[in-house]
Design a protein around this ligand. Sequence first.
Ligand code: NAP
Length: 319
Amino acid sequence: MKPMADKKIIAVVGATGAQGGGLVRAILDDPAGGFAARAITRDPSSAKARELAQLGAEVVAANLDDTASLARAFAGAHGAFGVTNYWEHFSTEKEMAQARSIAEAAKSAGLRHVIWSTLEDTRRWVPLEDGRMPTLQGKYKVPHFDAKGESNHYFTDLGLPVTLLLTSFYWDNFIYFGMGPRAGADGGLAITLPMDDRKLSGIAVVDIGRCAYGILQAGEAYIGKTLGIAGEHLTGGELAAALTRALGREVSYNAVPPEVYRGLGFPGADDLGNMFQFKRDFNDYFCGVRDVAVSRALNPRLQNFAQWLESNASRIPLG
Ligand SMILES: NC(=O)c1ccc[n+]([C@@H]2O[C@H](COP(=O)([O-])OP(=O)(O)OC[C@H]3O[C@@H](n4cnc5c(N)ncnc54)[C@H](OP(=O)(O)O)[C@@H]3O)[C@@H](O)[C@H]2O)c1
């Protein structure tokens, strides 16, 4: 095992969260791997931050809204993982400013590898004047995708050694994001997605961090590349069938049109309705760029949906 001082430090934004947390744990799980984890958080005294410190991560305070704090937190590191949390504030402007902070801090710290957790700028496929889905907030089709995709240029313009990582729908949304099976008017459980019979590219969120670790381990191989990852691509019917088997209760697939989904009334329903429609209408591209075999080569522990359900089905709330 390398002495601590010889290890390459990876500064992980979102370390107390789902994506970054998976990367911190992947680094700590492999003490002989040559990397050390620096967990970045706004609050080092939080329970999650203290847990990471106990596991062996260096915990450093910084705020994505304060580029100087981030530059200090990146100093001396080999690389960084960057992620932003649109759902905390629902502001594309803030998300893009935070992405820019990550890029500028990485530049000032002279990092050798940056992974930016991004998504497609869907306006490349569906220009604003395309009426098949509504324009949202005046200039987006899928705000939480478009803001991330538009932010890619902050990294590339600065000439950073960046890997643009295209993530997939977390199956963990069935637990935490209110997307689990719900009882319908007939009392039966159903998942609701506006995907018709097309496949949803999904992943266990912990595997995003593990794939990111694989990218770092690969050294130069993914620098300057865009890489999509997924654990499995499944239709709504296939997701429902797997949920039925794992839960021991019948779950059906309620395929609604995107306009119905957009009108469901929860915050962000319009954004997610457009997102699912994008994934439906450009399904071959979307699943094609998220190659399961490539993801498994990066992360041999990559789970498929049935494997994820084995350890997580009991945590899915049945509404
Ligand atoms: N749900 C899905 O299916 C899905 C799929 C693909 C992509 N995404 C994207 O994933 C992103 C969220 O990532 P996640 O799920 O890993 O998030 P998460 O579990 O909700 O955690 C958010 C993390 O971001 C950190 N953070 C937020 N604001 C910060 C700030 N101002 N300064 C420093 N750190 C900050 C938090 O750290 P502290 O609180 O400790 O400071 C926390 O670690 C969203 O933008 C979403 O669009 C989601």
